[in-house]
Write a protein that binds this ligand. Structure first.
Ligand code: HAM
Length: 416
């Protein structure tokens, strides 16, 4: 055993956890403002759910899923993303029978077996929203505007919103056919992955990371020339609404996304600061997803952001607030015979909701003061033999370096 977290996973240590809380709180606050309700779905689902929704030919399903058989012989997979499970729950609980749209949010770990690198992990956290039951472009815009607001609220000013329409099941096949034809002439020059994509999943030819494939595909047909009237109209309305709401965007005809359930709108928010894994969040419309999970034809649109990548990009852009101000109170009990009385004080402070801590190792007063300083306590209450005799405590303000002698009750009132 190596004593190391498994490759592609990492521990979130206490000093970092506060950053995660900050992001989760901002996200949840926005969900409240936009009227999204929380849903929690299992970390694993039947493998078939992801095969049907994310797509049999997608890299996520083909190469990256953690699949296993449980002791009852069921074929299960750790969720590689959140949308499929939420769609399954929407169906299972008959949410299609209640007034639409249904707006849900979630956050939690996802699992993809990929080569780990900065911003790419095997266990990573997403926060996402989904809107079920409306085809209206205003729902696409709701999701995009939410995402833009979220990034603004945590301090990002220069993320780029890439936007595209990937068409629908009626118009996309014509585009896919022409892409296949285009790639056929260059097949032997494409990378081995793209050679397979050219046959099975031609849209993915557009976002191969290999420079040589990019160069070969740069003059390929463009999806906008293939969109049917309805997809065209939908996309234009999304763009008009975004303009009206002052959300800047960049139409990127090569944006196709890695999951096969998308129809019409697809988007990503990209940071140029963190290298190859610059997509901090993405999503789009999925009008056939619920149906492909065995339900009625319910349209939907949603997105998810990746917490690790946001944390990384915020570090690069120095968006984290400076170190927290010291707060709370450390009770320095000077002498083991005073412990009982000291502990009564400690718990009375906690009962009042103060951040309060003491020493558990019988350290010297000096060592306790050092500990209180290192752990960023604003105040220290010193309770030793001398104070006990005077029926007092010393209250030290660690920031100002000032010290008062007063009764414990007065000190407590002051702290409250
Ligand atoms: P996705 O683009 O695959 O979309 O993932 C969303 C975000 O999760 C990415 O933009 C990225 O920030 C983060 N992410 C993805 N893979 C990794 C990884 N291996 N390590 C670290 N972060 C990662 C979805 O998952 C869709 N379910 C989003 C959606 C919701 N579409 C509609 N509704």
């Amino acid at each position: 055993m190596s004593n190391k977290a498994p490759r592609g996973t990492r521990d979130i240590l206490p000093q970092e956890a506060s950053r995660w809380h900050f992001l989760e709180e901002r996200f949840k606050k926005l969900c409240y403002i936009y009227d999204f309700a929380e849903i929690r779905t299992p970390l694993f689902e039947e493998t078939e759910l992801f095969v049907r929704s994310v797509g049999e030919e997608s890299d996520v399903v083909k190469k990256e899923m953690y699949t296993f058989k449980d002791r009852g012989g069921r074929e299960l997979a750790l969720r590689p993303e959140g949308t499929a499970g939420v769609a399954r729950a929407y169906l299972e609980h008959g949410m299609h029978n209640i007034p639409q749209p249904v707006k849900l949010f979630y956050y939690g770990p996802m699992f993809r077996y990929d080569r780990p690198q900065a911003g790419r992990q095997r266990q990573f956290y997403q926060m996402g929203i989904e809107v079920f039951g409306t085809k209206e472009p205003s729902a696409d815009v709701e999701v995009i505007k939410f995402t833009a607001e979220f990034f603004l609220s945590i301090g990002f000013k220069n993320l780029k919103l890439h936007l595209n329409s990937v068409g629908c099941l009626q118009c996309r096949p014509f585009y896919q056919d022409d892409l296949k034809k285009f790639a056929r002439g260059k097949l032997s020059l494409l990378c081995p992955d793209c050679q397979k994509r050219a046959l099975l999943n031609p849209l993915r030819l557009l976002d191969c990371k290999a420079e040589s494939c990019r160069e070969l595909m740069k003059d390929s047909p463009q999806i906008e020339d293939y969109l049917c009237k309805s997809c065209h109209g939908h996309f234009n309305e999304v763009l008009d609404l975004l303009k009206a709401l002052n959300v800047p965007y960049y139409v990127d005809s090569r944006l196709v996304r890695g999951l096969d359930y998308y129809t019409n709108t697809a988007f990503e928010f990209i940071s140029e600061d963190i290298g190859a894994q610059g997509s901090l969040g993405g999503g789009g419309r999925y009008d056939n997803l619920v149906e492909s999970c065995g339900g009625p034809a319910v349209p939907g649109v949603g997105m998810a952001v990746g917490v690790e990548r946001i944390v990384l990009a915020m570090e690069k852009e120095k968006l984290w607030p400076e170190k927290n101000e010291p707060e709370g109170v450390f009770l320095a009990i000077d002498g083991p015979e005073l412990r009982e009385e000291g502990l009564v004080m400690l718990y009375s402070m906690r009962e009042k909701g103060l951040r309060a801590e003491t020493d558990y190792l019988n350290r010297s007063l000096k060592a306790q003061m050092k500990f209180a300083h290192r752990n960023r306590f604003r105040y220290v209450i010193i309770f030793g033999k001398e104070e006990k005799l005077k029926n007092e405590v010393k209250l030290r303000d660690m920031l100002k370096g000032e010290q008062l002698e007063l009764s414990y009750e007065k000190a407590l009132n002051f702290l409250i």
